[in-house]
Design a binder for this molecule. Structure first.
Ligand SMILES: [Ca+2]
Ligand SMILES: [Ca+2]
Length: 205
């Protein structure tokens, strides 16, 4: 807004201008904040799932696995949704299971969030974490671990699927091709089963 030259205005106009001027000192900053907030919301409004076959309902596709982890038989536990889930470990022998998927995080990602529903059953007793499953991100080219997102053990035992939700530092991931990987590990006895379903790795832009 361009103000008129004050010397050319009559006295009543000066009074009006003075009253408006008080408002003008505050309004632009408020409007500016609102615009900035709106741009941020618009810029991060679209949510995109990076994973294919996230609930395993298509069977053993899109994921890599070291054994028949992706299961549609109802073995051990029902799926959380549909009839397929991932069934990691559960052998009661010394063994390591692996399940993962390779994705590329777009360079314009605004936020990045991991979510998964996990259910743990065990025949272990006592208060020591004998068996475990970790969720990690790895750089696909170098296989170096970027982050450990979650760790579950026989102490995580429960009767139902529990949601894990982790916000990832998006700047670390922009433009990178990564593996989202579940690694199971059991000791020599007493089986622990880690059931996973409805995995999400979502970004906004
Ligand atoms: Ca499912
Ligand atoms: Ca065990």
């Amino acid at each position: 807004m361009k103000l008129p030259v004050l010397s050319s205005l009559p006295l009543f106009a000066l009074v009006v201008l003075s009253a408006c001027g008080g408002g003008l000192e505050q309004d632009p900053s408020v409007v500016g904040e609102e615009i900035a907030q709106t741009e941020q919301e618009v810029g991060c409004a679209a949510t995109v799932q990076l994973l294919s076959n996230p609930g395993f309902e298509s069977g053993a596709v899109s994921w890599y696995q070291n054994a028949a982890i992706i299961d549609g038989s109802g073995a051990g536990s029902l799926a959380r949704t549909g009839s397929w889930k991932a069934f990691i470990q559960g052998y009661g022998t010394s063994r390591n299971d692996q399940l993962g998927q390779v994705v590329t995080v777009p360079s314009n990602a605004c936020t990045l969030v991991f979510r998964a529903w996990v259910k743990v059953t065990t025949t272990e007793t006592g208060g020591f974490p004998f068996d475990s499953m970790t969720v990690r991100t790895l750089d696909n080219a170098t296989s170096s671990i970027i982050e450990t997102l979650a760790t579950y053990t026989n102490l995580s035992v429960g009767t139902g699927y529990v949601l894990t939700s982790v916000s990832l530092p998006v700047a670390t991931y922009r433009g990178r091709t990564i593996r989202l990987q579940f690694d199971g590990s059991e000791d020599i006895s007493n089986a622990t089963s880690f059931f996973v379903d409805d995995v999400r790795l979502t970004y906004t832009w």
